[in-house]
Design a protein around this ligand. Structure first.
Ligand SMILES: [Zn+2]
Length: 309
Protein backbone atom coordinates (compact mmCIF):
# COMPACT_ATOMS: atom_id res chain seq x y z
CA UNK A 1 0.00 0.00 0.00
CA UNK A 2 2.68 2.47 0.98
CA UNK A 3 4.48 1.85 -2.31
CA UNK A 4 1.41 2.70 -4.36
CA UNK A 5 0.68 5.77 -2.24
CA UNK A 6 4.24 6.89 -2.87
CA UNK A 7 3.79 6.50 -6.63
CA UNK A 8 0.47 8.32 -6.63
CA UNK A 9 2.03 11.29 -4.85
CA UNK A 10 3.78 12.26 -8.10
CA UNK A 11 0.44 13.78 -9.17
CA UNK A 12 -0.76 15.07 -5.78
CA UNK A 13 -2.31 18.50 -6.19
CA UNK A 14 -1.87 18.44 -9.97
CA UNK A 15 -5.06 19.32 -11.87
CA UNK A 16 -3.99 21.16 -15.01
CA UNK A 17 -1.99 19.67 -17.86
CA UNK A 18 -0.64 21.67 -20.79
CA UNK A 19 -2.15 21.85 -24.28
CA UNK A 20 -1.08 21.04 -27.84
CA UNK A 21 2.56 21.45 -28.78
CA UNK A 22 2.56 21.25 -32.57
CA UNK A 23 -0.03 23.94 -33.20
CA UNK A 24 1.70 26.27 -30.77
CA UNK A 25 5.09 25.73 -32.40
CA UNK A 26 3.50 26.50 -35.73
CA UNK A 27 2.06 29.68 -34.29
CA UNK A 28 5.58 30.67 -33.19
CA UNK A 29 6.79 30.18 -36.75
CA UNK A 30 8.43 26.76 -36.49
CA UNK A 31 8.21 24.59 -39.59
CA UNK A 32 6.46 21.40 -38.53
CA UNK A 33 5.45 20.22 -41.99
CA UNK A 34 8.00 17.39 -42.23
CA UNK A 35 7.35 13.85 -41.02
CA UNK A 36 9.88 14.21 -38.20
CA UNK A 37 8.98 17.74 -37.19
CA UNK A 38 9.84 17.24 -33.55
CA UNK A 39 13.35 16.10 -34.48
CA UNK A 40 14.09 19.13 -36.42
CA UNK A 41 12.54 21.62 -34.06
CA UNK A 42 14.52 20.04 -31.20
CA UNK A 43 17.65 20.47 -33.31
CA UNK A 44 17.06 23.86 -34.98
CA UNK A 45 14.72 25.77 -32.70
CA UNK A 46 14.87 24.53 -29.10
CA UNK A 47 14.11 28.10 -28.00
CA UNK A 48 10.64 27.76 -29.55
CA UNK A 49 9.97 24.60 -27.55
CA UNK A 50 11.07 26.44 -24.40
CA UNK A 51 8.73 29.29 -25.32
CA UNK A 52 5.77 26.89 -25.62
CA UNK A 53 6.57 25.28 -22.26
CA UNK A 54 6.83 28.74 -20.66
CA UNK A 55 3.54 29.86 -22.18
CA UNK A 56 1.70 26.85 -20.79
CA UNK A 57 3.22 27.14 -17.30
CA UNK A 58 2.50 30.87 -17.22
CA UNK A 59 -1.12 30.20 -18.14
CA UNK A 60 -1.64 27.68 -15.33
CA UNK A 61 -0.33 24.27 -16.43
CA UNK A 62 0.94 22.30 -13.42
CA UNK A 63 2.33 19.55 -15.63
CA UNK A 64 4.01 19.87 -19.03
CA UNK A 65 4.82 17.25 -21.63
CA UNK A 66 8.17 17.02 -23.36
CA UNK A 67 8.53 17.53 -27.14
CA UNK A 68 9.26 13.87 -27.79
CA UNK A 69 6.00 12.34 -29.02
CA UNK A 70 7.51 11.24 -32.32
CA UNK A 71 11.01 10.43 -31.15
CA UNK A 72 12.01 6.79 -31.64
CA UNK A 73 14.92 4.87 -33.13
CA UNK A 74 12.60 3.31 -35.70
CA UNK A 75 11.12 6.62 -36.81
CA UNK A 76 14.52 8.27 -37.02
CA UNK A 77 16.02 5.27 -38.82
CA UNK A 78 13.52 5.64 -41.65
CA UNK A 79 15.06 9.00 -42.39
CA UNK A 80 18.65 7.78 -42.21
CA UNK A 81 19.28 9.03 -38.69
CA UNK A 82 21.35 6.90 -36.33
CA UNK A 83 19.78 5.37 -33.22
CA UNK A 84 21.98 7.61 -31.06
CA UNK A 85 20.29 10.66 -32.62
CA UNK A 86 16.91 9.46 -31.43
CA UNK A 87 18.24 8.70 -27.95
CA UNK A 88 19.87 12.14 -27.76
CA UNK A 89 16.65 13.85 -28.89
CA UNK A 90 14.68 12.10 -26.14
CA UNK A 91 17.14 13.36 -23.54
CA UNK A 92 17.23 16.84 -25.04
CA UNK A 93 13.44 17.13 -24.88
CA UNK A 94 13.56 16.21 -21.19
CA UNK A 95 16.30 18.74 -20.48
CA UNK A 96 14.34 21.51 -22.23
CA UNK A 97 11.30 20.79 -20.08
CA UNK A 98 13.47 20.84 -16.95
CA UNK A 99 14.93 24.19 -17.99
CA UNK A 100 11.46 25.67 -18.48
CA UNK A 101 10.24 24.35 -15.12
CA UNK A 102 13.32 25.73 -13.34
CA UNK A 103 12.33 29.21 -14.49
CA UNK A 104 9.19 29.00 -12.33
CA UNK A 105 10.57 28.23 -8.86
CA UNK A 106 7.47 29.51 -7.06
CA UNK A 107 5.13 26.72 -8.14
CA UNK A 108 5.47 22.97 -8.48
CA UNK A 109 5.38 21.87 -12.11
CA UNK A 110 5.54 18.19 -12.94
CA UNK A 111 7.11 16.87 -16.17
CA UNK A 112 5.69 14.05 -18.26
CA UNK A 113 7.87 12.57 -20.99
CA UNK A 114 5.67 12.27 -24.07
CA UNK A 115 6.01 8.84 -25.69
CA UNK A 116 3.80 8.34 -28.70
CA UNK A 117 2.56 4.91 -29.78
CA UNK A 118 4.22 2.72 -32.42
CA UNK A 119 1.86 4.18 -35.01
CA UNK A 120 3.20 7.69 -34.43
CA UNK A 121 6.59 6.50 -35.70
CA UNK A 122 5.02 5.17 -38.90
CA UNK A 123 3.84 8.66 -39.93
CA UNK A 124 0.70 7.33 -41.58
CA UNK A 125 -1.97 7.85 -38.94
CA UNK A 126 -1.83 4.20 -37.86
CA UNK A 127 -2.16 5.24 -34.22
CA UNK A 128 -5.80 6.06 -34.94
CA UNK A 129 -6.68 2.47 -35.84
CA UNK A 130 -3.88 0.47 -34.23
CA UNK A 131 -3.63 -2.13 -37.02
CA UNK A 132 0.11 -2.44 -37.07
CA UNK A 133 2.03 -4.72 -39.36
CA UNK A 134 4.34 -5.96 -36.63
CA UNK A 135 4.59 -8.63 -33.96
CA UNK A 136 3.82 -8.13 -30.30
CA UNK A 137 7.55 -8.59 -29.59
CA UNK A 138 8.38 -5.76 -32.02
CA UNK A 139 5.92 -3.56 -30.20
CA UNK A 140 7.46 -4.30 -26.81
CA UNK A 141 10.98 -3.74 -28.17
CA UNK A 142 9.96 -0.39 -29.66
CA UNK A 143 8.81 0.84 -26.26
CA UNK A 144 11.63 -0.82 -24.26
CA UNK A 145 14.32 1.07 -26.22
CA UNK A 146 12.95 4.44 -25.19
CA UNK A 147 12.31 3.46 -21.58
CA UNK A 148 15.90 2.18 -21.31
CA UNK A 149 17.29 5.54 -22.45
CA UNK A 150 15.25 7.42 -19.85
CA UNK A 151 15.19 5.04 -16.88
CA UNK A 152 18.34 6.28 -15.14
CA UNK A 153 17.71 9.95 -15.93
CA UNK A 154 14.28 10.34 -14.41
CA UNK A 155 13.70 11.75 -10.94
CA UNK A 156 9.99 11.82 -10.22
CA UNK A 157 9.06 12.63 -13.81
CA UNK A 158 6.37 10.53 -15.47
CA UNK A 159 6.53 8.49 -18.66
CA UNK A 160 3.46 9.54 -20.64
CA UNK A 161 2.38 6.73 -22.94
CA UNK A 162 -0.31 8.44 -24.94
CA UNK A 163 -2.64 8.23 -27.91
CA UNK A 164 -2.62 4.46 -27.35
CA UNK A 165 -5.03 2.78 -29.78
CA UNK A 166 -5.21 -0.78 -28.44
CA UNK A 167 -5.06 -3.17 -25.51
CA UNK A 168 -2.27 -5.03 -27.31
CA UNK A 169 -0.05 -1.95 -27.31
CA UNK A 170 -0.82 -1.28 -23.63
CA UNK A 171 0.23 -4.86 -22.85
CA UNK A 172 3.42 -4.47 -24.86
CA UNK A 173 4.28 -1.37 -22.82
CA UNK A 174 3.48 -3.17 -19.56
CA UNK A 175 5.92 -5.91 -20.58
CA UNK A 176 8.54 -3.37 -21.67
CA UNK A 177 8.27 -1.58 -18.31
CA UNK A 178 8.62 -4.73 -16.21
CA UNK A 179 12.37 -4.38 -15.47
CA UNK A 180 11.73 -0.93 -13.96
CA UNK A 181 8.93 -1.24 -11.37
CA UNK A 182 10.01 2.01 -9.67
CA UNK A 183 9.28 4.20 -12.71
CA UNK A 184 6.09 6.30 -12.93
CA UNK A 185 3.89 6.06 -16.01
CA UNK A 186 0.55 7.21 -17.23
CA UNK A 187 -1.42 5.46 -19.94
CA UNK A 188 -3.71 7.51 -22.12
CA UNK A 189 -5.87 6.03 -24.86
CA UNK A 190 -7.38 7.47 -28.03
CA UNK A 191 -11.04 6.46 -28.34
CA UNK A 192 -13.41 6.12 -31.28
CA UNK A 193 -16.68 6.27 -29.35
CA UNK A 194 -17.96 6.54 -25.78
CA UNK A 195 -16.78 3.02 -24.82
CA UNK A 196 -14.07 1.76 -27.17
CA UNK A 197 -10.45 2.61 -27.88
CA UNK A 198 -9.49 3.26 -31.51
CA UNK A 199 -8.71 -0.38 -32.26
CA UNK A 200 -12.02 -1.54 -30.83
CA UNK A 201 -11.32 -2.95 -27.35
CA UNK A 202 -13.33 -1.66 -24.39
CA UNK A 203 -11.60 1.24 -22.66
CA UNK A 204 -12.52 -0.34 -19.31
CA UNK A 205 -10.58 -3.50 -20.24
CA UNK A 206 -7.53 -1.40 -21.12
CA UNK A 207 -7.88 0.50 -17.83
CA UNK A 208 -8.17 -2.74 -15.82
CA UNK A 209 -4.95 -4.00 -17.35
CA UNK A 210 -2.84 -0.86 -16.90
CA UNK A 211 -4.40 -0.11 -13.49
CA UNK A 212 -2.75 -3.27 -12.14
CA UNK A 213 0.78 -2.29 -13.23
CA UNK A 214 3.07 -1.06 -10.43
CA UNK A 215 4.24 1.92 -12.51
CA UNK A 216 0.80 3.38 -13.27
CA UNK A 217 0.09 6.74 -11.63
CA UNK A 218 -2.85 7.77 -13.81
CA UNK A 219 -5.05 6.48 -16.63
CA UNK A 220 -6.67 8.62 -19.24
CA UNK A 221 -8.00 9.52 -22.63
CA UNK A 222 -6.43 11.95 -25.12
CA UNK A 223 -6.60 12.88 -28.80
CA UNK A 224 -10.33 12.19 -28.77
CA UNK A 225 -13.46 14.27 -29.42
CA UNK A 226 -14.38 16.40 -26.38
CA UNK A 227 -18.02 15.26 -26.67
CA UNK A 228 -16.98 11.68 -25.79
CA UNK A 229 -14.96 12.51 -22.69
CA UNK A 230 -17.65 12.54 -19.97
CA UNK A 231 -18.89 8.99 -20.67
CA UNK A 232 -15.31 7.76 -21.12
CA UNK A 233 -14.47 9.07 -17.62
CA UNK A 234 -17.34 6.88 -16.39
CA UNK A 235 -15.79 3.87 -18.16
CA UNK A 236 -12.41 4.53 -16.52
CA UNK A 237 -14.08 4.90 -13.12
CA UNK A 238 -15.70 1.49 -13.32
CA UNK A 239 -12.35 -0.18 -14.02
CA UNK A 240 -9.79 1.48 -11.77
CA UNK A 241 -9.25 3.74 -8.75
CA UNK A 242 -6.21 5.41 -10.28
CA UNK A 243 -6.31 9.16 -10.90
CA UNK A 244 -8.00 9.98 -14.21
CA UNK A 245 -6.58 12.41 -16.73
CA UNK A 246 -8.22 13.66 -19.90
CA UNK A 247 -6.77 15.81 -22.64
CA UNK A 248 -8.98 15.73 -25.71
CA UNK A 249 -8.62 17.64 -28.94
CA UNK A 250 -10.00 21.16 -29.31
CA UNK A 251 -13.24 20.01 -30.90
CA UNK A 252 -12.30 20.95 -34.45
CA UNK A 253 -12.52 18.10 -36.94
CA UNK A 254 -9.70 16.74 -39.11
CA UNK A 255 -10.73 16.49 -42.76
CA UNK A 256 -8.44 13.70 -43.99
CA UNK A 257 -9.35 14.24 -47.64
CA UNK A 258 -8.58 17.93 -47.71
CA UNK A 259 -5.89 17.55 -45.02
CA UNK A 260 -7.05 20.44 -42.93
CA UNK A 261 -8.92 21.20 -39.70
CA UNK A 262 -12.55 22.26 -39.91
CA UNK A 263 -14.89 24.04 -37.51
CA UNK A 264 -13.88 26.39 -34.75
CA UNK A 265 -12.63 25.98 -31.24
CA UNK A 266 -13.80 28.22 -28.44
CA UNK A 267 -11.57 28.26 -25.33
CA UNK A 268 -14.46 29.32 -23.08
CA UNK A 269 -16.62 26.44 -24.25
CA UNK A 270 -13.64 24.15 -23.66
CA UNK A 271 -13.34 25.50 -20.11
CA UNK A 272 -17.03 24.81 -19.49
CA UNK A 273 -16.50 21.23 -20.63
CA UNK A 274 -13.42 20.96 -18.40
CA UNK A 275 -15.63 21.83 -15.41
CA UNK A 276 -17.92 18.94 -16.38
CA UNK A 277 -14.95 16.57 -16.64
CA UNK A 278 -13.69 17.56 -13.18
CA UNK A 279 -17.21 17.03 -11.83
CA UNK A 280 -17.37 13.63 -13.53
CA UNK A 281 -14.24 12.52 -11.71
CA UNK A 282 -11.20 13.63 -13.70
CA UNK A 283 -8.30 14.75 -11.53
CA UNK A 284 -6.24 16.25 -14.36
CA UNK A 285 -7.44 18.03 -17.49
CA UNK A 286 -5.39 19.41 -20.37
CA UNK A 287 -5.58 19.56 -24.13
CA UNK A 288 -4.33 17.66 -27.15
CA UNK A 289 -4.40 18.64 -30.84
CA UNK A 290 -5.25 22.28 -31.59
CA UNK A 291 -5.63 23.34 -27.99
CA UNK A 292 -3.64 26.44 -27.04
CA UNK A 293 -2.70 28.43 -23.92
CA UNK A 294 -6.11 30.16 -24.05
CA UNK A 295 -7.77 26.75 -23.61
CA UNK A 296 -5.46 25.84 -20.72
CA UNK A 297 -6.17 29.18 -19.05
CA UNK A 298 -9.87 28.25 -19.08
CA UNK A 299 -9.08 24.76 -17.76
CA UNK A 300 -7.07 26.32 -14.91
CA UNK A 301 -10.03 28.56 -14.03
CA UNK A 302 -12.34 25.55 -14.05
CA UNK A 303 -9.88 23.64 -11.86
CA UNK A 304 -9.78 26.45 -9.31
CA UNK A 305 -13.59 26.49 -9.15
CA UNK A 306 -13.81 22.68 -8.97
CA UNK A 307 -11.20 22.29 -6.27
CA UNK A 308 -12.86 25.03 -4.21
CA UNK A 309 -16.07 22.96 -4.05
ZN1 LIG B 1 -4.22 14.95 -30.39
Amino acid sequence: MSASRNLDSTLDGIHVLDGGLASELEYLGADISGPLWSAHVLEDAPDKILAVHRAYIATGAQCIETASYQVSRMGYGEFGLAPECADAALVKALMLARRAVAEFPEGRVQIAVSLGPYGAALHNGAEYHGDYNCTHADLAAFHRERIAVLADLLHDEILAFETLPSLDEARAIGEALAPWPHLHAWFSFTCRDAQHVAHGELLRDCASYVGALPQTVAIGVNCTQPSLIAPLIGELRTASNKPILVYPNSGEGWDAQRRCWTGISDPEAYGAKAAEWFAAGAQIVGGCCRTRPAHIHQVAEAATRSVAH
